[in-house]
Design a protein around this ligand. Sequence first.
Ligand SMILES: Cc1cc2nc3c(=O)[nH]c(=O)nc-3n(C[C@H](O)[C@H](O)[C@H](O)COP(=O)(O)OP(=O)(O)OC[C@H]3O[C@@H](n4cnc5c(N)ncnc54)[C@H](O)[C@@H]3O)c2cc1C
Ligand code: FES
Ligand code: FES
Length: 482
Amino acid sequence: MIQFLLNQELRSEHALDPNLTVLNYLREHLGKSGTKEGCASGDCGACTVVVGELHTDDQGAEQIRYRSLNSCLTFVSSLHGKQLISVEDLKHQGQLHSVQQAMVECHGSQCGFCTPGFVMSLFALQKNSDAPDSQKAHEALAGNLCRCTGYRPILAAAEQACCNKPQDQFDSRQAETIARLKAIAPTQTGELNSGDKRCLVPLTVTDLADLYDAYPQARLLAGGTDLALEVTQFHRTLPVMIYVGNIEEMKRIDDFDDRLEIGAATALSDCYTALHHEYPDFGELLHRFASLQIRNQGTLGGNIGNASPIGDSPPLLIALGAQIVLCKGETRRTLALEDYFIDYRVTARQDSEFIEKIIVPKGHTLFRAYKVSKRLDDDISAVCAAFNLKIENGVINEARVAFGGMAATPKRAKSCEAALVGATWNSATVEKACAALAEDFTPLSDFRASKEYRLLSAQNLLRKYFIELQTPHIETRVTAYV
Ligand SMILES: Cc1cc2nc3c(=O)[nH]c(=O)nc-3n(C[C@H](O)[C@H](O)[C@H](O)COP(=O)(O)OP(=O)(O)OC[C@H]3O[C@@H](n4cnc5c(N)ncnc54)[C@H](O)[C@@H]3O)c2cc1C
Ligand code: FES
Ligand code: FES
């Protein structure tokens, strides 16, 4: 059985198809059709809902953390122990919620199809911001598309909603909701099943290892932002899933003097602060990773686990010399991330083995990363590059250069690195290293970029890195457009 609060109503479910998304649960099982389906692929935000979770803040106070999610990519099993808030829950005692009122007053809606999604993103923004902040408003709304109103009135509504935050029903019931969430906090493995289909929801790494041993055919479900597409886009059925998002040990970030250890089930939003602090370019990349909704549910482990050649974090992690800890039963092994990716979607992971955590070394001061995509927000990379050199007295001692989008896997550029190591850090060396990139990669042409464009971009990104290190005041790395 799984349990969650549907706003304030306790729901206990056990006989549901684990392939059921929260979107379809709301619309088809509960008749709550305010939440809309635009794309069923995480791109439009019409399906945005807010999920509340118990959270202890820096002062040790218990709070509820509200986050926007794409309900089209969220399976119901991942609600276990949480609070689900949909657009129907905002209006209270006949009064629109202040974010809805702001949308009305700022003329933020025309046909209205996108409006529930915007309202829910605004609601999460309001709950998470103390003052109007246009950058945060843009970030909160970048995953919501509107085809008719235009964004200016919606951004005005965001500003109004964050200026004017009257206490709402969620604030006045906070203590009660915390108590109710504590009362349903899972104490043992949850399960949702229907016939032969099941999703198991373990709470510890040991239980996950045992369950994965018992069900080696199971698919691991983290944020589901990739896995759920198999159901919503390819109309497949996933007969057995194990949800890793309730395993606290795998959602922790441990900060040591020389490294960060990041639990594989840590949401990308939660990775931001630690990675941005150590490596500002990593933080910047995470800002440009999909949308806020996707970053709130997608995990670092899932970004490695899907073994996509265009996943954004692997090239950065490889350039930093990151390792992963793989766990199977009681056995653990540590592997350099670059050795995890073997071929297109083929990895070194054995049956029943899972990524427990990612170890990111600290202190690489010349690390830089660049993402090339057609749009700034919510777009997949055509090319993603990460450079990490050690230079002493003008000579390159060590070089780690990695790319995504250039081969069947995220990959180091070994010829390029060989051209760099031992050489003087100057433009002649950079040109030799650029030429060597052509030996490292034979990229493909696809709808994101041609092979010629990819290779030229990779070479130009190395040139850009050189210019930036020579003239650190030049901040050119923010964006490159196809
Ligand atoms: C609209 C949209 C935009 C996107 N934009 C980007 C982008 O800009 N950059 C980018 O890189 N990606 C992007 N993605 C892809 C996806 O969001 C990311 O790859 C995300 O990090 C996947 O994490 P997840 O937790 O949702 O993984 P899931 O979907 O839960 O899982 C993905 C795969 O990893 C496996 N897995 C999960 N956890 C583990 C584990 N601990 N051990 C072993 N295997 C595991 C799963 O079994 C599955 O095969 C986007 C996706 C969408 C839908
Ligand atoms: S329906 Fe478009 S993001 Fe979910
Ligand atoms: S109001 Fe019509 S799509 Fe936004």
